[in-house]
Ligand binder design. Structure first.
Ligand code: UFG
Length: 327
């Protein structure tokens, strides 16, 4: 298929674009490079543009004879979405609707959409199944939920086939260390811990160690970025008119902040000093996927099921790219 990957110069999008291309698809990354990196895209495969530029999106879809869209482009800082919701609704909701309009105009009906476990808000129980209520507790989560709803309506009204894939915590880097995580600012746990091991930070701050979890620190479900990518490809290849996939992407296994730091100590051989601070506002104590539905519906199984190898892949990337793609 000819596939347009919006946000294809970003963290998850770049891994998916490369895997798609290796699976034999014809791939174009569409990215405004606000957060994306030119160096994350294969030579000659980047189309620089904004999703809000509907004319450019329609022209691209037509010119490249696009069969399907993988839509990663979004702002994803939860805290910023609370202080500047307008930015998030404009980019994540209006930008996506503009893309969807462009798809209708160009006759493209397949889309795989990056959704998030943040659409569940505070879960009723853990592990979180897809049947749990979606009650986001921040604007970021709402922007993703709005699009999930719009996709369901488009599928029914216009016969679209779509997958809304609800990521848990994306982590790790490609096996060869060529692609990896490069956010500015960086807020995610694993890259921050590895920056301590690189001597770029004095210590890691643990947000809360008296939470209702076995070791008192937050539990998350870390899913390798290449496993996310392979789920997208499985979903894409299964889309037919009217198909609706709404699946969690996680491993089903939770890892605490202390366990992540310990894994990083083992992988890097660095002592990694840690300092405890109060919990971060809006951080649920535990988010772990019930990952069964994606296995059944997409026939997908994550290859990375424990934190050690995920951290190893991230460490390889951070060592070979100490300044990220800027190096
Ligand atoms: N944490 C720390 N110290 C840090 C950074 C993070 O203790 O310096 C903790 C957090 O409290 C959290 C865990 O490490 O418990 C993971 O934090 P991240 O910031 O790496 O990831 P989040 O779980 O906060 O965020 C992820 C995605 C978001 C998504 C959110 C849903 O990155 O896009 O899950 O809750 F919205």
């Amino acid at each position: 298929m000819n596939v347009l990957v919006s946000g294809g110069a970003g963290y998850v999008g770049s891994h998916a674009a490369r895997m798609l291309s290796r699976a034999g698809h014809e791939v174009w990354a569409y990215d405004n490079l606000v957060f994306g990196h030119r160096g994350a895209v294969a030579p000659g495969r980047l189309i620089e543009g904004d999703l809000l530029d509907r004319g450019k999106v329609v022209a691209t879809l037509r010119e490249k004879q696009i069969d399907a869209v993988m839509h990663f482009a979004a702002f994803a800082y939860v805290g910023e979405s609370v202080t500047d919701p307008a930015k998030y609704y404009r980019n994540n909701v209006v930008g996506t609707l503009s893309l969807m309009d462009a798809m209708r105009e160009a006759g493209v009906w397949r889309i795989v959409f990056s959704s998030t476990c943040a659409t569940y808000g505070e879960p009723r129980s853990v592990p979180i199944g897809e049947d749990q209520p979606q009650n986001p507790i921040n604007p970021y989560g709402y922007t993703k939920l709005v699009i999930e709803r719009a996709l369901a309506d488009f599928a029914r009204a216009y016969g679209w086939g779509y997958a809304a894939l609800r990521y848990f915590n994306a982590a790790g880097a490609s096996a060869d260390g060529d692609l990896g995580e490069d956010h500015d600012p960086e807020t995610h746990l694993i890259p921050l811990v590895l920056q301590v091991a690189q001597g770029r930070r004095e210590h890691i701050t643990i947000f809360g160690d008296r939470l209702p979890t076995p070791d008192g620190t937050c539990i998350r479900d870390y899913i390798h970025v290449d496993d996310l990518a392979s789920a997208h490809i499985s979903a894409l290849e299964k889309l037919r008119p009217g198909t609706e996939f709404r699946c969690n992407l996680g491993t089903g296994r939770g890892t605490s902040v202390k366990e992540v730091i310990e894994a990083c100590r083992e992988v890097t051989g660095h002592a990694i000093p840690a300092v405890v601070a109060p919990p971060r506002e809006g951080d649920p104590p535990a988010l772990v996927a019930d990952a069964g539905l994606a296995r059944r519906e997409l026939g997908w199984t994550p290859r990375f099921t424990s934190i050690g190898p995920i951290v190893e892949s991230a460490w390889k990337w951070h060592q070979s790219h100490p300044d990220g793609y800027g190096a």
